[in-house]
Design a protein around this ligand. Structure first.
Ligand SMILES: Cc1ncc(C[n+]2csc(CCOP(=O)(O)OP(=O)(O)O)c2C)c(N)n1
Ligand SMILES: [Mg+2]
Length: 801
């Protein structure tokens, strides 16, 4: 704590006042949501009062004194009421939002970057993710500064305030390993060590193993265990015995005594310490209330102990503060093992109101009940360093895409190879786009075709490392040089880390004022391994491009464990993520050019009729394949380009009177085209529709339906326009190397009958021909489906070449 002795004392006194106010406001917010407002169904809406209360002191110290504007914070989900109360006092949150906590349009149950208007840096909710993102954000901050960017925004601490049970989440451990490799520095994790989770009490012995793990991985571990009252008591005669008693006390017993209060403390301690007269005398110098205060004076509830710990923390390594706290501290259910969903009764709230000196009607008053005049509190709040620069959400100039490289794809090429070529060409052409792209991959850099990009742009590391193979003149197509100039983050296999890294990179414009264009790659089936982190990234409106490749059973010999089936449905259902599965490299190039722009859009318009997020922008998922297919060598017209982006185009337009169309997505294009050719021998004008994005087609369709329902009768979706070219009684055969429902919905658009071909069972090893034959994606399967739909036999069959 800076300043002279009287200044420090004054700050401490003011923080004590604010601590009381934050406890009151956060408690009242929850009470108001549950008791004062009739939400119509009589159900309790909850609010995590106990979880919140354990962090009142710590967060008061942080937000009103320790934090600087450049510090970025992930707040434990269940501390949302405390967070909002603090934001209200700092002028960042309106009373209306507070009064509507957990209600429609009100302050969110868990702090949200996108839903809350308050100053949220990282959304939290799914425990383990917000906290893990702080370390990745710190690495991104290093990256931005290593490039000499962000000159007007100093480096800050990336701070995670976490529950002790969050440590159980595997992704937290995965993140710790990754941080170590990248030399993490500016990161604080503050663990709310209330030794309780939702159901149960956290094992103390296990937790100390965790502390050792942190130290092993380069963190400084700081225990904030005892408050000043206890520290002073330990120094008195008999005090050491008391300390030993507390240190040895099982969590369960301690929690029960906290709940029971002064009388119970006295009985237990006098029994256990009966043969130590000094200690008994020490205890007897306290009345019951004072004894309870003393015995619950853990470090995490003692402002002075907290501020000292923060003050003394090293600045050149990550720090893990283990702050001992009591769940529900200061409230009637403090310490009770079942208090997770506890709510105060009206009578209990009345007691708290009386204790805090707040009159009826003054509940929302920022200053009521405090021991200092409002003007002094106001003056203090105005000087709080955290809000000195006003709003902390930064903006960055868009990166110009410039002339996008032309990719001449001839012969047989896969979309995965095309993806590598596009990035290689961007790297070769150089310029702002190339400079702002950052790539990353969980140990599949080379096998997802990022190799050429990395060869040109290098790996990122704060320290420089030469490529040993290159130094020794050993032949390798892959350069592996690391330096602060590099533009590729090499990650270990953990896919959660990939998405947490993408989330952090994709928020750089907002966190650090510098736009990055992150591109990640992973094997498509393992999207599921990182799925919650992907969802977390999108929920925060982070902006990135991710390529899932290779995908589907087209990865033939690799077998069922590596062949993705359901990922297109994930892409469709994931908000904030536009999903594409092109078949041809020219389509892919169009999509990537568009994507680098789309990732940067920040429009406000949320016109439901065009709910493709075209104004708002978002992230992009490319589902790619290793199957080389014959390229079409066609001119790329403006109209075709637009249709590829909108989700589909007629590769072959159906003729009037046609009774069949084949709709395909991705790598099965050759089968669709071949089948159409064979069917065309004896049928008129069969259509072939290329669906480049089932996701955008369906989003546009839903939007147009909604718009019409709202009176905009002229609204029409791209897919409606496309399918209106096909007579209503014609049939559609859809085919995709994925779960068939990715396309079967097309039948609902204009009422066509649909036979949807796809993969419904786990894949296996084999050749593409064998697997397409077995799973029913080959030409003959399409012909048979066509036959079934029209009731007419097909004349020509496909003979294996
Ligand atoms: C991934 C995930 N799983 C389960 C939950 C449900 N949940 C919410 S809080 C909680 C326990 C939290 O315990 P802790 O982190 O110790 O926080 P405390 O309430 O003790 O402060 C659980 C299991 C969740 N939010 N996220
Ligand atoms: Mg806990």
């Amino acid at each position: 704590m800076e300043g002279s002795v009287p200044q420090k004392a004054a700050t401490l006194a003011m923080l004590r006042q604010l601590e009381r106010k934050v406890l009151w406001l956060s408690s009242y917010m929850i009470h108001h949501a549950n008791h004062e407002v009739d939400r119509g169904d009589g159900l309790k809406v909850g609010g995590h009062q106990a979880s919140s209360a354990s962090l009142v002191t710590l967060m008061t110290a942080l937000y009103f004194h320790v934090l600087r504007p450049e510090d970025r914070v992930a707040v434990k989900p269940h501390a949302s009421p405390v967070f909002h109360a603090i934001q209200y006092l700092l002028g960042n949150q309106s009373l209306d939002k507070l009064q509507n906590f957990r209600a429609f349009g009100g302050a969110q149950s868990y702090p949200s970057r996108t839903k809350d208007k308050a100053d949220v840096d990282f959304s939290t909710g799914s425990v383990g993710l917000g906290i893990a993102e702080t370390g990745f954000a710190s690495l991104v901050q290093d990256y931005v500064h290593a490039k000499g960017w962000s000159p007007n925004w100093p480096k800050g601490r990336m701070i995670g305030i976490m529950g002790d049970a969050e440590i159980d989440e595997g992704n937290v451990h995965e993140a710790l390993l990754e941080y170590w490799k990248h030399g993490l520095e500016n990161c604080w994790w503050i663990i709310d060590y209330n030794r309780q989770s939702l159901d149960s009490v956290v094992s103390d012995r296990l937790f100390m193993k965790m502390a050792a793990l942190f130290e092993n991985l380069g963190w400084k571990v700081v225990l904030i265990k005892y408050g000043k009252l206890l520290q002073r008591a330990f120094a008195e005669p008999g005090g050491q015995r008391l300390k030993e008693w507390i240190d040895d006390c099982p969590n369960m017993v301690y929690s029960a005594l906290v709940f029971q209060g002064g009388g119970a403390w006295r009985r237990q301690l006098e029994d256990d310490l009966a043969i130590h007269p000094d200690t008994l005398a020490l205890l007897r110098r306290h009345d019951d209330a004072a004894l309870a205060r003393l015995m619950t004076n853990l470090g995490g509830h003692d402002l002075q102990a907290i501020l000292e710990a923060f003050d003394e923390a090293p600045t050149n390594q990550p720090v893990c503060f283990i702050a001992y706290t009591i769940k529900g501290f200061g409230l009637p259910f403090q310490g009770h093992k079942d208090n997770h969903s506890g709510l105060m009764t009206k009578a209990q709230l009345g007691d708290l109101r009386a204790r805090e000196g707040i009159n009826q009607g003054e509940e929302w008053d920022k200053f009521a009940g405090l021991d200092v005049p409002p003007t002094e509190v106001e003056a203090f709040l105005e000087r709080v360093p955290f809000v000195a620069k006003g709003t902390r959400r930064l903006k960055a100039e868009p990166v110009p895409i410039g002339t996008f490289p032309k990719i001449e794809a001839k012969g047989q090429v896969s979309t995965q190879a095309g993806f590598g070529r596009v990035l290689d060409e961007i790297a070769r052409a150089a310029g702002p786009l190339a400079d702002r792209i950052v790539t990353t991959s969980p140990d599949v850099t080379v096998s997802t075709n990022l190799g050429p990009w990395v060869n040109r742009r290098g790996l990122f590391s704060m320290a420089s490392h030469e490529d040993v193979f290159k130094q020794r003149g050993l032949l390798s197509p892959q350069k592996w040089e690391m330096s602060p100039r590099g533009q590729h983050f090499e990650l270990g296999i953990a896919e959660m880390n990939l998405f947490l890294m993408l989330a952090a990179l994709g928020l750089s414009h907002s966190l650090f004022g510098e736009r990055l264009l992150p591109v990640g790659t992973l094997y498509d089936p393992f999207v599921c391994r990182g799925l919650d982190a992907l969802n977390h990234a999108c929920y925060q409106d982070s902006r990135f491009m991710v390529a899932g490749t290779p995908s589907g059973i087209s990865l033939a010999p690799e077998g069922g464990a590596h062949q993705s089936i359901g990922t297109p449905l994930i892409g469709m259902a994931q908000d904030g993520l536009a999903t594409f599965e092109p078949a041809y490299v020219d389509e892919l190039a169009v999509i990537m050019e568009w994507a680098f722009d789309y990732m940067q859009r920040e429009g406000q318009e949320e016109d439901e009729a065009r709910w493709l997020r075209d104004e708002k922008g978002g992230s992009v998922y490319l589902r790619l394949s290793t199957r080389p297919i014959d390229q079409l060598g066609r001119p790329m017209t403006g109209e075709l380009r637009q249709q590829i982006i909108d989700g589909g185009y007629w590769l072959r337009r159906p003729e009037p009177g046609s009774d069949l169309a084949i709709v395909y997505t991705g790598a099965v294009a050759p089968e669709a085209i071949e089948a159409a050719g064979l069917l065309g021998e004896d049928r008129r004008g069969i259509g072939v529709l290329a669906a480049t994005s089932a996701d955008r087609l369906s989003a546009g369709w839903h939007a147009a339906q909604r718009a019409r329902e709202q009176g905009r009768r002229e609204a029409r979706a791209h897919v409606e326009n496309l399918l209106s070219a096909l007579p209503r009684d014609a049939a559609i055969v859809t085919v995709t190397d994925a779960y068939p429902e990715a396309l079967s919905w097309l039948g609902g658009v204009c009422g066509h009958r649909v036979r949807a071909l796809g993969v419904e069972h786990f894949g296996q090893s084999g050749s593409i021909a064998e697997l397409y034959g077995h799973y029913g994606l080959d030409v003959n399967a399409i012909l048979t489906a066509a036959e079934g739909m029209s009731g007419r036999p097909v004349r020509y069959r496909f003979l294996q070449k």
